[in-house]
Design a binder for this molecule. Structure first.
Ligand code: TPP
Ligand code: SF4
Ligand code: MG
Length: 303
């Protein structure tokens, strides 16, 4: 296996922040410090294009970032956002959604963050059908910490943390999401921006827990899963070859992970969301509700 890791190039200095009006129009923050050629650029552009297409106001959209090269987008995407602890982006997003369920909530995380340290949060968010959209930068490595294996790494992948090759079989994000109750599951590729915009828009518009797992080549620490590696394997799901409302068909597609890999909407069904199932929230968001407790008494009782 050819896995010659190299030292990452020195990142370019951030460019000055653009004027406020430009920010608002384009969701653009600082120019990214990612390595030239990184797949994160395609995801960044697709997100900005999607939010503009959906006519979102950066102030009326909540984005929660994890920690990683992916999470560094917190500085590069201009929106109402929160940079959470590694592995803890999803529970923060759930909290925001419960506090204000009128707000679209998007989570932007790495594969290590979402399927590794935050893996438990991922499956409980899916089974709760929490109405958030999780966008995963799946580069099969820990990019920010310089190239250790991530849970999605192919078995045998050699890295700084697995010099003899990783022993475990990879997490299958699509199968995991489908089996744990996610109601919208899609897969994209950072080299196909048009399809990414379509998938992210559908994911954000979906009512319920949505996952968009995105293949994102890490050109510095993963010499195996390159743009060409994906291009040799990916194909698009169509209404002729797949019915996303059929669980059996979705499960079959989720098992295609080696020779041919599907891109598109794998699963799309309806189920009441967590916040829709809370009678306390049926009138208005928690944020707008009166706090019917005596705070002084509360503090006296518990502090
Ligand atoms: C609680 C905690 N655990 C571990 C770390 C160290 N850490 C920072 S980023 C990272 C992995 C990043 O990998 P991934 O989530 O795949 O994001 P990528 O950099 O590949 O986009 C780790 C382990 C941390 N900062 N905080
Ligand atoms: S994910 Fe890889 S290529 Fe992208 S910025 Fe991080 S180290 Fe560089
Ligand atoms: Mg990663």
């Amino acid at each position: 296996m050819n896995n010659n890791n190299s030292i990452p190039p020195t990142p370019a200095s951030p460019k000055p922040v653009a004027p406020v009006s430009e920010h608002t129009a384009g969701f653009s923050g600082y120019f990214p410090t990612w390595c030239p050629g990184c797949g994160n650029f395609g995801i960044w552009q697709a997100l900005k294009m999607t939010f503009n297409k959906m006519k979102f106001d950066p102030d009326r959209l909540s984005i929660v970032f994890g920690i990683g090269c992916s999470g560094n987008m917190n500085d590069f995407l201009w929106a109402n956002s929160f940079h959470a602890l590694h592995g803890r982006a999803i529970p923060n997003a759930i909290g925001i959604k419960i506090a204000n369920h009128d707000l679209p909530v998007v989570v932007i995380v790495g594969d290590g963050d979402c399927y590794g340290e935050g893996g438990n949060h991922f499956l409980h968010a899916a089974r709760g059908n929490h109405d958030i959209t999780v966008i995963v930068h799946d580069n099969r490595v820990y990019g920010l910490t310089t190239g250790q294996v991530a849970p999605t790494a192919s078995q045998g992948f050699k890295s700084k943390s697995t010099p003899q090759g990783i022993i475990e079989v990879p997490v299958n994000p699509i199968a995991l999401a489908v089996s744990q109750g996610a109601t919208f599951v899609a897969q994209g590729f950072s080299g196909d921006m048009n399809q990414l915009v379509e998938l992210i828009e559908k994911g954000v518009a979906h009512k319920g827990f949505s996952l968009v797992n995105i293949f994102q080549p890490c050109v510095t620490f993963n010499q195996i899963n390159s743009y060409n590696w994906y291009r040799d394997r990916i194909y698009k799901l169509t209404s002729e070859n797949h019915n996303p409302r059929d669980l059996n068909s979705a499960w079959q597609k989720s098992q295609e992970v080696t020779e041919k890999i599907p891109l598109g909407v794998v699963y799309d069904v309806d189920r009441p969301t967590y916040t829709d199932s809370l009678p306390q929230l049926s009138g208005k968001p928690l944020l707008d509700s009166a706090l019917n407790i005596d705070l002084a008494q509360f503090i006296n009782d518990f502090v």
